[in-house]
Design a protein around this ligand. Structure first.
Ligand SMILES: *Cc1c(COP(=O)(O)O)cnc(C)c1O
Ligand SMILES: [Zn+2]
Length: 429
């Protein structure tokens, strides 16, 4: 018994037949996060031994800061650390990443922080961090010769998949809940003629996608059967933050949690950079942010639990509204291991934080970013985050996609006749 366990942990399986050499770069296998069992690189996401989630493992070569800096100003500068081929830049893709890291001095002063940065992923090609993960999933879909590029989505993922598929010239079929915000529906429909609105919530759409993935041949569902490759794309957020800080890790980082994939992968990125000697080994704390109306991970953290109990989401932060988060337990591990916490805030606090970030830093974030900034504020006020340590907060999406969330909170200060007298009467001069 134990001999076979040791064997599965140490033997790298042969690659699937039909794959070209180097199809997944320096990746060597898919390894189970629970039992360590390894399977060949391919369209697999669950461990055949224990049904645990599979994760990409690698054999990294020596990678230098100079090699990375010489790469393109997008996520492919880190291609040696991703499950993609070395000629990835030659295949049409949306070229996401290398978004700005802004010193947020005004917001820092307002909150009483000594040093704060905003990693602004709202400027990605389809205005959310999802372009990063989708670019990695698209590469996997290509290498696996998929006919159809698909996803179930709460909105941002649908936008990113539809756009990336259009650019790559691969057929897309995108599934969304039928009650989504209009901007997110239009932002997908403009890129694909195969947008499917499903009568149900995200968890229903997700279940349908798994069923289709099981029935149809040649479909790559970015967050289902190629999820291990998709998830690796989030590591680029961690790499960029470290590089943009001058190859240093921040002391504290606040990250939104939907499925929890992004948070766990930013931590994975920081550990890889330390292991590769690209940054100095130092402690850092990872904090998770949820909206109270969908806060299963925050609830489990506060209760000291290891298991995340699914909930029925009810929040304006729809891009974070996953009631049964696949990576929830791993978020708990990361936050506990690093000394961070998972916290949640109300929808009103989300709205206030969107306006706060906009008025202090000129950045219009969507409800997910409002959640993250609002949680940052709460963590400072409750003393759970150290105001004297360098902190990064991630803005994962653009406010124009969730206009309705703040349409009732902000408005013109006055509506006037086009005369100086009318203007003077407003008291704004
Ligand atoms: C999907 C999404 C997230 C969270 O992603 P997970 O990796 O599933 O936790 C955060 N912000 C925005 C805007 C998103 O679209
Ligand atoms: Zn397993």
């Amino acid at each position: 018994m134990s001999a076979s366990v040791v064997e599965t942990e140490t033997t790298t399986p042969a690659p699937s037949p039909g794959l070209r050499e180097g199809a997944f770069g320096n990746a060597t296998a898919l390894a189970c996060r629970e039992c360590g069992h390894q399977v060949a690189l391919g369209p697999f996401y669950a461990c055949p031994e224990c049904f645990g989630p599979l994760e990409v493992s690698y054999d990294f070569p020596a990678v230098t800061r100079e090699e990375i800096a010489a790469g393109p100003a997008n996520i492919w500068r880190y291609k040696a650390l991703l499950p993609v081929p070395s000629d990835i830049e030659s295949s049409p893709n949306t070229e996401p990443g290398f978004t700005r890291l802004l010193a947020a001095d005004n917001l820092a002063a307002t909150l009483g922080l000594s040093k704060l940065w905003v990693k602004d992923d709202s400027t990605n090609p389809t205005n959310s961090f999802k372009d990063r993960v989708v670019a990695c999933a698209l590469s996997a879909a290509r290498e696996l010769d998929a006919r159809v590029f698909a996803c179930p989505s709460t909105g941002n993922l649908a936008n990113a998949v539809a756009a990336a598929g259009a650019r790559a010239g691969i057929k897309t079929v995108v599934f969304i809940p039928s009650n989504l915000e209009t901007p997110k529906v239009v932002n997908s429909a403009v890129f694909t003629d195969s947008l499917v609105a499903v009568e149900g919530n995200y968890d229903d759409v997700n279940k349908l996608a798994s069923e289709i993935a099981g029935e149809e041949e040649g479909w790559a569902f970015v967050n289902v059967n190629v999820r291990p490759f998709y998830a690796e794309g989030s590591k680029t957020l961690g790499y960029e933050i470290a590089e943009q800080l001058g190859w240093r890790l921040p002391d504290q980082i606040v990250i939104p949690v939907a499925s929890g994939s992004q948070l766990t992968k930013v931590d994975k990125a920081f550990r890889e950079l330390i292991d590769l000697g690209l940054v100095e080994d130092k402690p850092y704390k990872v904090f998770g942010a949820q909206a109270t109306g969908c806060s299963p991970v925050s609830a489990a953290f506060k209760d000291g639990k290891k298991v995340v109990r699914p909930v029925k989401p009810d929040t304006i932060a729809k891009s974070l509204a996953i009631g049964n988060p696949a990576d929830g337990p791993y978020v708990l591990d990361v936050c506990r291991r690093t000394g961070g916490v998972v916290e949640d805030i109300s929808d009103d606090e989300v709205r206030e934080a969107i306006v706060l970030l906009a008025r202090t830093e000129g950045i219009f974030t969507e409800t997910a970013g409002g959640t993250t900034v609002g949680v940052l504020k709460k963590l400072v006020e409750s003393g759970q985050l150290d105001p004297d340590l360098e902190t990064v907060v991630i803005n994962t999406g653009h406010g124009l996609k969730t206009l309705d969330a703040v349409a009732g909170s902000v408005a013109p200060a006055a509506t006037i006749a086009p005369t100086y007298a009318a203007f003077a009467a407003t008291g704004l001069a």
